[in-house]
Design a protein around this ligand. Structure first.
Ligand code: TYM
Length: 340
């Protein structure tokens, strides 16, 4: 099997939630474990703090959030001995490559990015340049390591595809086969965990309502309350997926249960067929708590062990800088710059 290099990241904005865990981090842990078994252990997990700066209010708790995400990676099962866990701003090569990619990226490609349109709102003239250029920095995060696979949730697919297109463009621009074309790895059943308040919107750190998402740091009482208040309907659970069509909230809660208990949605429907959500919610709550409680306790414990976390982040940055600087030097030469 060809060597694979995995890279992914989470923005340290707001509260890390179940969508981030199921859509991204749980996948990283599984991939990471299987690659390590095969001796192909090139995995980089980044806390993308410079991306957080693109939404201004995020500077307030940036440092605490950065440590929380680092702690969450480990608490969820990323092994710091087998993966590089590091902070984006500790590896300056990301922003340097982002500039080089900016010099070839066609504006037309960036204009298609839906996340910019969502985040910038109606008055795009007031949005900052960083928010617009965000996908180019994200491409640099991936390409600076020549990563081959990028495990993410569905909402990041367009950005990873842009990274892939920019890799191809760079290769043609320099007439070399330099960057491998990175692939998004998206797990179908966890690609989009939806808001608990509105089943048509994804669970998101930026949703104004805390009740729309289950945070990895929520206490058990709060998890219970959020699930109790989660929007549902008064119909009984159907005996097959087909009966969930147009019942978005019902589908989301059953889907979360299916994912946490490692079952298919179809078998969960069969198991609870005919029951009301008032009876199902306490069962879901139990499963959520048994998954999130140990993660929360570990996050809190690690956040108290700052020097241990700093040691891991330092080691991760050292590995990342080594790989990135080697590639950056080659990239500078390919672009005709005089290397140092
Ligand atoms: P971020 O911080 O918004 O989300 C981190 C990861 O969680 C996934 N995710 C979800 N998956 C399923 N359901 C949801 N409701 C849900 N919400 C979030 C995201 O898809 C993501 O995988 N731009 C990225 C961070 C980034 C990055 C990178 C990722 C920057 N550079 C390089 C990969 C590679 C972001 O904002 O993710």
């Amino acid at each position: 099997m060809k060597n694979q290099r995995i890279l992914s990241g989470v923005r340290p904005t707001g509260h890390i939630h179940l969508g981030n865990y199921l859509g991204a981090i749980r996948q990283w842990v599984r991939l990471s474990q299987s690659l390590s078994k095969q001796g192909l252990n090139e995995q980089l997990f980044c806390i993308v703090d410079q991306h957080a700066l693109t939404t201004q209010s995020d500077t307030n708790n940036l440092s605490l959030n950065t440590y929380t995400i680092a702690a969450a990676y480990i608490a969820c099962g990323i092994n710091p001995d087998e993966s590089a866990i590091f902070i984006q701003s500790h590896v300056p090569a990301h922003t340097e490559l982002a500039w080089y990619l900016s010099c070839i990226a066609p504006l037309g490609w960036l204009n298609r990015m839906t996340q910019f349109k969502d985040k910038a709102g109606k008055d795009t003239g007031q949005a900052c340049l960083g928010l617009y250029a965000y996908p180019v920095l994200m491409a640099a995060d991936i390409l600076i390591y020549k990563a081959t696979q990028v495990p993410v949730g569905e909402d990041q697919k367009q950005h990873v595809e842009l990274a892939r297109d920019l890799a191809g463009l760079f290769n043609r621009h320099c007439d070399v086969d330099y960057f491998p074309l990175p692939e998004p790895l998206i797990n179908k059943s966890t690609a989009r965990i939806m808001s608990l308040r509105d089943g048509s919107k994804k669970m998101s750190k930026s949703d104004l309502s805390d009740y729309s998402r289950l945070h990895l740091t929520d206490e058990n009482d709060l998890l219970t309350l959020k699930i109790r208040k989660a929007k549902t309907d008064s119909d009984p659970i159907p005996d097959a997926i087909k009966g969930l069509e147009s019942r978005l909230e019902a589908q989301n809660l059953l889907g979360i249960y299916a994912n946490l208990t490692e079952q298919t949605l179809e078998s969960v429907c069969q198991q609870f067929a005919g029951q009301l959500f008032s009876a199902f919610k306490p069962i879901l709550t139990e499963v959520v708590i048994s998954t999130l409680q140990p993660i929360r306790e570990k996050i809190f414990q690690l956040r108290e062990e700052k020097s241990y976390l700093n040691q891991i982040l330092h080691k991760g940055a050292e590995t990342a800088n080594q790989l990135a600087n080697k590639n950056l030097s080659e990239i500078r030469t390919l672009l005709g710059l005089v290397d140092r």
